[in-house]
Design a protein. Sequence first.
Length: 324
Amino acid sequence: MSETARIEVSETESGGRVDAFIAAHLDDVSRAVVQRAVRSDRVLVNGQPVKRVSQILNSGDEVVIELPDPPTIAIEAEAIPIDVVHEDEDLVIVNKPSGLVVHPAPGHPSGTLLNAIIHHCPDFARPGEDPIRPGIVHRLDRFTSGLLVIAKTPVAMTRLADQARNHSFDRRYLSLVRGEFPEDKGRINASVGRSLSDRKRMTVTTVGGREAVTHFHVLDRFGMASQVALQLETGRTHQIRVHMRFAGHPVLGDPVYGVTDFRAWPVDDDVRRSLEALKGQALHAETLGITHPRTDERMTFNAPPPETYRHALEMLQGAAGNSP
């Protein structure tokens, strides 16, 4: 069994390597998998087998890769507590805690949000074409907290996935970041793709990168840090975290792209401890707006950040003399 992916090379992606291009477009495909596919003539460019993983692509090229089906993971129901913000016969909105993986994957075969959903929703139809991620319309990183929607039926999955693809979701995030933006509002437009040196990391790049746009609005300034509201115009992997690092204001507590060592910060011990207590990146999906897949009603949901975020925010506000 296998599946085939077809991807056209855009003008901004011209000049990139074929292995980096495929890895940037297919989140669950490593460059090692691409290399094996090349060796077995399962990667084509404009209908011709690719002979080298370093082959350079041109604008307008059609890249085709044949991939083996992923191994099936039996997703069992697990009684994991979850914060359900809204539920009806079509969907469920969950306020995901930091640290909870959204769906099973290598290294996390169980104990995920999806395992909890299957236990919580006896009417969950496991919709969608992906048996490993049924009902998952969009994702949050493991250590990003906040709101996400899960489809319970095939119709809901199709219509919500269309909204996600068309960027018609309203998604507002809160984040604590290092330093202060000089402006109150702004727009970051920088393509995001896989790092060529570390496939687990994303980076701002024109080599295999995809357009990524993030809007920011500074809510509070503390000198050494700020609280910002962020809205996504696109939804690339790790987009906010990569864009904040690119802008020179990495997310506090982010173990990959941000700041986790606060020993040299000019703050007292209580503030430092509150920052060190952050469970991963201080990034929270506060607002989610969707169009209901059955009624066409526009629905907006809000959820406050977790306690560790709120405590760090209060300590930073107090240290800066800001009123909470």
